[in-house]
Design a protein around this ligand. Structure first.
Ligand code: FE
Ligand code: FE
Ligand code: ZN
Length: 278
């Protein structure tokens, strides 16, 4: 199965997202758990969630990705910002208990002058407080571009976070092709080497989702600006190698390219036409 989708608006609820996904031939999707710049979540709609579980089963929708808001920063230097991030994460994970096949992805955070070591320690501390045995949703760290003081620009930083978490079995990673390119991982000419390095440093079995984005910026630029597939520095052929790679091809792939729905539909069609072996 090819699980390919894109980022969708969550304003109509889960079944509505599922229907939108099908309308553009997507077999998975991603959405923000709440306003990406923070704020409150939609009211909890258990009926919609149960209906979506059934809908996903019936239509073969693969594991979906719930993305935490960008403003969530577990390693801010302000205690109230850190506490808000923990509360948000706890609430998101509690809600996700009602969805059968979902992973929760978040940006590890940006330290605010206190340095990466202190930042990583704060993230670990927060995860150890928020994660409980009962939580069934895998929690993914996204590979980051390294813009500003972002944590997670290297596989080593992700490994250090996971190492510090007591309930490691709950932890995973979401790779982002734009971010890895911008962080200086060679997704264009060195995909096998990148996968080997990740496996050595983190363990490939931790990868649970993939963001497919081209990049407006060059290799190692530490910038993070997504481009449409084939219109950036990564290029279509490198993206095609990712979706067909024997060690990655089972993952849910989501586009986060600068597109409206019709643009996503075209990219999905393009990538479906380049997928080998079903
Ligand atoms: Fe992200
Ligand atoms: Fe991403
Ligand atoms: Zn990005």
């Amino acid at each position: 199965m090819f699980f390919l989708g894109c980022h969708l608006s969550s304003s109509g609820g889960y079944v509505a997202m599922g229907e939108t996904a099908l309308s553009i031939r997507a077999s998975t999707f991603q959405y923000f758990t709440r306003n990406p710049r923070g704020g409150s979540a939609r009211p909890l709609d258990l009926e919609d969630m149960a209906a979506f579980n059934e809908f996903a089963r019936r239509h073969g929708i693969g594991t979906i990705v719930a993305h935490a808001p960008y403003t969530l920063n577990l390693c801010s230097n302000k205690p109230e910002v850190r506490e808000f991030a923990r509360m948000t994460m706890r609430d998101d994970l509690e809600r996700l208990q009602h969805i059968d096949h979902v992973v929760y992805n978040f940006h590890p955070g940006s330290h605010v002058g206190q340095g990466a070591d202190e930042g990583i320690a704060m993230i670990v501390d927060a995860l150890n407080e928020v994660l409980t045995e009962e939580i069934k949703t895998p929690v993914l760290l996204e590979t980051m571009a390294g813009k500003g003081s972002e944590i997670g620009r290297s596989f080593g930083e992700l490994a250090r976070i996971i190492d510090g978490v007591h309930l490691k079995e709950k932890m995973g990673v979401c790779m982002d092709s734009c971010h890895m390119n911008d962080a200086g991982y060679d997704v264009v000419n060195g995909l096998d080497g990148l996968i080997e390095a990740f496996d050595r440093e983190v363990g490939l079995e931790r990868v649970k989702a993939f963001h497919l984005n081209d990049s407006m910026n060059s290799f190692g630029s530490a910038k993070d600006r997504h481009a449409k597939i084939g219109e950036g520095e990564i290029g279509l052929e490198a993206i095609v190698r990712i979706i067909n790679h024997p060690k990655l091809r089972h993952l849910p792939f989501n586009l986060e390219t600068p597109n409206e729905l019709d643009g996503y539909a075209r990219e999905i069609q393009l990538l479906r036409s380049r997928r080998t072996g079903g």
